[in-house]
Design a protein around this ligand. Structure first.
Ligand code: 3BY
Ligand code: FES
Ligand code: FE
Length: 411
């Protein structure tokens, strides 16, 4: 309870436009509150429909203390379950991903159907009722090729996000793409530092030589202010919307997610060293041109994304501890694109592999310095770090009322 009150007090007294106090970035008690109030309550991006293309295909994910399995049923529906056996609690699916006709617990082989129902349990008492011991469901939604889960008993309404995101993503057909490559890195920094770094390009010129050949540094691209009065953005939206692609900057009322299309530099069409396409075949058969720049989407706290004409790069953020965060990157291409024929894998992944490693180092140095007893919150650049200010405001606005619900009354 003390930690709850400490966090609430620091949020109520924080200086707007400044970074957070040290405990938000390093304290295990604060981290636990982040898990309970954000990660265990809100919608989280976990993976793509195309990763569970066939019935029986599954993948697993760990959110704080919760192991979860996501599986496609024989009816084609994607479902999520707590990956904890109803016998004595063992993890049922131990693999990162796989395909299985049934989900069989490795401990005593209790066997679950793909819809979570328990279908087989050896030599239990005569009055044992299998129907009472199905896997516990986790709320699961799929939109535009993205699978989201929510661990809360009563999930927030997913419909507004679906309504905003779906028109932007539908033309790109990510639900039927394929993952050409995936990579997970662990950054030694709190998940909020990963996000703060992502929400600005103030650091780009000095740190991302490869990305900066194609990705604009303009704060109107990465941030949340001024896109509507940036002539480059306006011209790009007009061009893309004429081609049937929703493109304008949109953000939800609470600032949890935003979508916009942005041009790349010097007529680049892809994130390659030359700006030329990395994949010979367009990502979507419904998008004829590759001159569509990048479709940017973020959804706090788990994902930011770039969808290009020839491929998409998607990112998933998952916290590991107060000072460690896993970032998983996936490169998606047309399902029929063939490695070695339509694309060279190294060429496809080069820019973001470098960029991710550069960002990892930045986040780790940031975390290192914040651990100093001499650290105090510093001012963000309003021009370049408007996106960071917005992220921290979202976080504070999300946490404070939830903390207040459970805070001890003042005596
Ligand atoms: O991945 C991104 O969208 C952000 C934007 C600027 C820095 N970083 C590359
Ligand atoms: Fe799963 Fe025993 S714990 S079958
Ligand atoms: Fe960066």
């Amino acid at each position: 309870m003390d930690t709850r009150n400490d966090m609430l007090r620091l949020l109520n007294n924080r200086r707007p436009g400044f970074s957070l106090e040290q405990p938000f970035y390093i304290d295990p008690g604060f981290y636990q509150l982040d898990l309970e109030l954000v990660w265990y309550r809100d919608w989280l991006f976990v993976g793509h429909d195309c990763e569970v293309a066939k019935p029986g295909a599954f993948f697993t994910v760990q959110v704080g203390d919760y192991p979860v399995v996501i599986v496609r049923g024989r009816d084609g529906q994607i479902r999520a379950f707590h990956n904890s056996c109803r016998h004595r609690g063992s993890r049922v699916c131990t693999a990162h991903k796989g395909t299985s006709a049934r989900l069989v617990c490795p401990y005593h082989q209790w066997t679950y159907d793909l819809d979570g129902s328990l279908v087989f349990a050896r030599q239990m008492a005569d009055d044992f009722r299998k129907e009472e011991f199905g896997l516990k469901p986790v709320a699961c939604e799929s939109v535009g090729g993205y699978i989201f889960i929510c661990l809360a008993q009563e999930p927030a309404d997913f419909a507004p996000f679906r309504a905003m995101m779906e028109p932007y993503f539908r033309p790109h057909r990510l639900g039927e793409a394929k993952v050409a490559h995936e990579a997970t890195i662990v950054e030694k920094g709190n998940w909020k530092l990963v996000w703060e770094n992502n929400r600005e390009c103030y650091h780009c010129a000095a740190n991302h030589p490869e990305l900066c050949k194609t990705f604009p540094e303009a704060p109107t691209v990465t941030g949340v202010n001024g896109a509507e009065s940036d002539p480059d953005m306006l011209a790009h939206w007009a061009k893309c919307e004429a081609a049937g692609l929703p493109s304008r900057f949109r953000i939800d009322d609470r600032g949890q997610y935003r979508a916009t299309r942005a041009p790349l530099l010097r007529d680049a069409v892809s994130y390659t060293s030359t700006g030329k396409r990395a994949v010979g075949r367009n990502l979507s058969d419904d998008v004829a041109t590759d001159r569509i720049g990048t479709l940017l989407l973020y959804h706090y706290p788990t994902t930011w994304n770039h969808v290009l004409g020839d491929h998409a790069v998607t990112f998933r953020v998952l916290p590991i501890s107060a000072t460690e965060t896993a970032v998983t990157t996936k490169w998606l291409v047309h399902k029929d694109a063939v490695e070695g024929v339509d694309y060279d894998l190294q060429n496809l992944i080069h820019v973001w592999t470098e960029t991710n490693d550069e960002d990892r180092r930045i986040v780790e140095e940031n975390a290192f310095g914040i651990r100093s007893p001499a650290y105090e919150p510093g001012p963000y650049s309003e021009l370049h770090e408007g996106g960071v200010i917005q992220f921290v405001d979202w976080y504070a606005g999300f946490m404070a009322p939830r903390l207040a619900e459970g805070a001890a009354p003042r005596l």
